[in-house]
Write a protein of this length. Structure first.
Length: 451
């Protein structure tokens, strides 16, 4: 019995997890919510200070909810803000190692957000000594707060939600920034230009008055933009090195008269583009000013084309789509999502005529149609693609739910009779539509942009 007890004690005293390499322990801690990671300090003496070397401090929504539930709600929103700040302060001040990634979500209610913002610069000052590279600040509402001193940090990634962006370029530059993500960020940059010499990825979501032209970014590769209206001219001049471009226009607004094709203005400069995605009302914008059969300079690098919100009863929009297809000789993937609202009349006699342009889809492998309604222009496009895509593997079709079963059956039978250039091409039915968000998931990051 005594020997058995000693064996049991030996097994209890054996602490295998503490024998793990430091990098493995660090990985385990970083996979935990920060509140749980800090609580590992009570496990043993060996774990007391392990969390203080974590390179990532993530104060996300889950952390906010847990802290706010624990705090005494009495005393008003100002006292609650100071209590919340004290929790962050203790964590940051006790931390001993480098902090590579710092993310802060400011509570949406019960706290005075202005007070928390007043402490942000203090934390930035501390983080500047910790070698921070990635910073995220998510605020609950647009406040008239001063722009924080982000220039003092040698950041590679900066993400701001509803936070004032630096209002002048006179006192600094983002020398190491490669990824900038702004959602509903405010700024009064005007014509000022921020110097971002190594910026590769820029995301601007509903940032009124803030455009890619406010940034000197000669190495920019990926640009993603979401705007409410078109009270400005959209141009891609200076973006010749761009390889990925995504533009969502939520409302069309009043279009300015133009003698030059908007299609040419936007795509005429994107000679190195590999992935092009547009959504909602942007197709209508591109259709203004007329459209050539194909661009004067082809898009030889374009491999993926995602068009969401096209109206197949408007000839101008269908012509724009064909122009993009015929201007991309190496296109491999084509995703089309029709506008949900549509007029049943229009383009009933539409036809796509065979021409020398047909040879430009020789590399197409995958095609997806969402909200397919069986309109004449849609069927013509399906027929054309099947007949001129020798490498086509799969065509997915998601039918609009308003199509009745008998009409859907007739439409399917017609499509199955279309000739196919590919001997392996299959036509499959999709139960769910494919939207632009499926390609640009990080563009939305689970945030309601309309809130």
């Amino acid at each position: 019995m005594a020997e058995s007890s000693r064996r049991k004690v030996g097994r209890i005293e054996e602490d295998r997890i503490s024998q793990l390499p430091l990098n493995v322990q660090e990985t385990l801690l970083c996979s935990l919510p920060i509140r749980d990671a800090v609580r590992t300090s009570v496990l043993s003496k060996k774990w007391r200070h392990c969390w203080t070397m974590m390179p990532h401090l993530i104060f996300d929504n889950d952390f906010v909810h847990r802290v706010m539930d624990k705090l005494d709600q009495r005393g008003g929103d100002e006292l609650m803000a100071y209590k919340f700040v004290s929790v962050i302060n203790r964590t940051v001040l006790l931390h001993k190692g480098p902090i590579i990634n710092f993310s802060l979500t400011i509570p949406q209610s019960q706290c005075n957000a202005q007070i928390i913002h007043d402490f942000v610069d203090q934390w930035i000052s501390l983080l500047s000594c910790k070698g921070i590279k990635q910073l995220t600040i998510k605020s609950s509402g647009l406040l008239e707060v001063k722009p924080h001193d982000f220039y003092s940090l040698d950041l590679t990634h900066l993400t701001l939600f509803k936070v004032r962006f630096p209002c002048t370029s006179a006192y600094g530059r983002f020398t190491s920034l490669t990824n900038l993500y702004l959602l509903k960020a405010t700024s009064n940059l005007g014509q000022s230009i921020l110097d971002c010499p190594v910026l590769e990825k820029l995301t601007l979501i509903i940032c009124t008055g803030l455009f890619h032209t406010n940034f000197h970014a000669p190495n920019l590769k990926c640009l993603r933009q979401v705007y409410f209206g078109t009270d400005f001219e959209i141009s891609c001049a200076g973006l010749e090195n761009l390889t990925e471009y995504s533009f969502t226009l939520l409302m069309l607004g009043t279009l300015m008269e133009t003698k030059t094709s908007n299609m040419v203005k936007v795509l005429g400069s994107l000679h190195r583009i590999e992935k092009f995605s547009i959504a909602m009302k942007f197709m209508k914008y591109l259709a203004e000013g007329g459209c050539p059969n194909r661009l004067s300079k082809p898009l030889p690098y374009l491999k993926t084309l995602n068009i969401s919100g096209i109206n197949f009863t408007h000839l101008s929009e269908v012509s724009c789509l064909l122009c993009m297809i015929w201007s991309a000789p190496n296109l491999c993937k084509l995703y089309i999502s029709a506008e949900v609202r549509y007029e049943e009349k229009g383009l009933k006699n539409y036809r796509i005529e065979d021409s020398e342009d047909c040879t430009t889809i020789n590399h197409l492998e995958t095609v997806t149609f969402s909200y397919f309604k069986g309109l004449k222009a849609e069927l013509e496009l399906v027929k054309f693609v099947l007949a001129h895509s020798p490498l086509l593997k799969t065509m997915f079709i998601h039918r609009d739910k308003r199509i009745k079963n008998d009409a859907a059956l007739t439409m399917t039978e017609e499509i199955l009779q279309y000739p196919r250039a590919s001997t392996i091409a299959q036509i499959r039915h999709l139960k769910c539509c494919v939207e632009i968000g499926d390609f640009d998931k990080e563009l939305w990051v689970g945030y309601d942009i309309l809130s």
